[in-house]
Design a protein around this ligand. Sequence first.
Ligand code: NAP
Length: 305
Amino acid sequence: MTVPLDSDVLRLKNDVQIPALGFGTYLISENQVERALDTAISAGYRHVDTAEAYENEKGVGRALAKAFTAGLRRDDMFVTTKLFPGNPDWGLPAKNFGTTTISLDNSLDRLGLDYVDLYLIHSPMTPSERINQWRGLVELRDQGKARAIGVSNYSKIHIEEIRAAGLPLPEVNQIELHPWSQKRELVKYLRENLICVVAYSSLVPLDTWRTAVGHDSAKTQQMRVSDGTLEKIAKKYQVGEAQVLLRWGVQQGFAVLPKSTVNNRIFENADLFSFSLDEADMADLAGMERGTAVAWSMGDPIRLP
Ligand SMILES: NC(=O)c1ccc[n+]([C@@H]2O[C@H](COP(=O)([O-])OP(=O)(O)OC[C@H]3O[C@@H](n4cnc5c(N)ncnc54)[C@H](OP(=O)(O)O)[C@@H]3O)[C@@H](O)[C@H]2O)c1
């Protein structure tokens, strides 16, 4: 069985449309990101994912301004940024309702935008203020500063906390998802609650994933040994291994956010709708589950209380 190749736009429960392919910008510096996003826009990406914590929103804003001057319309581009919720363990106080709303104003200034398409709470790191931060996001959506709101790295427990407070549930949950970390129960729960799944760090199983100095993670040397599955599938479809991992995501209805600073990879990662993985290959990829999420060196924040 194959799935339609045209599932390149997903619809959130409030009818906002989100392109299934987004450009990830974590670990791209403020200086580098302008050129990388220029390339991504020329390769057809119409969705970019940044965050207050990535310290590159100004560079993202510069690339967007250039694209708008060149004729791209604001509503052609889907822009996501994220609230850094604070982290008392690092000496950074938890954001409350007021500082949450100020944070988006600051992000909008840096991005040079009047609104973002999606505003997320980056992680559930601050239990005492989580609900007040969510109230802040609901207010920001009401004010039109965010067309959609969501969370990132939230488990079912964190989302049920929002329901228990009588507040509207998120439109999106952005989580680490790839064949080594498939989080099937959580994905099922998100689908049941009409919460769109955005997958991050889709490329974790590649040998080339975050090899640069300082690009830390919890991926160990031992995990770098390949079992040959990806190579075999990539060869069959005559595509790159990165495309297989990204196609695995979009074929399950996730949005994906590949990051690269290398031009030919930025183009390669955008080519996801010209082929479709068959059932046997999807089953082989499902068989790669290891229960390991590695993008955060401290461990998957989804496990936080
Ligand atoms: N919400 C969260 O907590 C969270 C956490 C992590 C990530 N994210 C978001 O998700 C995005 C993607 O995740 P990620 O940055 O962890 O990693 P990723 O996109 O899964 O992988 C990026 C790594 O793979 C390499 N790569 C990219 N394309 C390749 C290709 N075609 N062939 C071989 N290697 C390739 C990149 O190197 P080069 O750059 O050298 O090409 C880089 O080392 C982030 O940028 C960010 O926007 C969110």
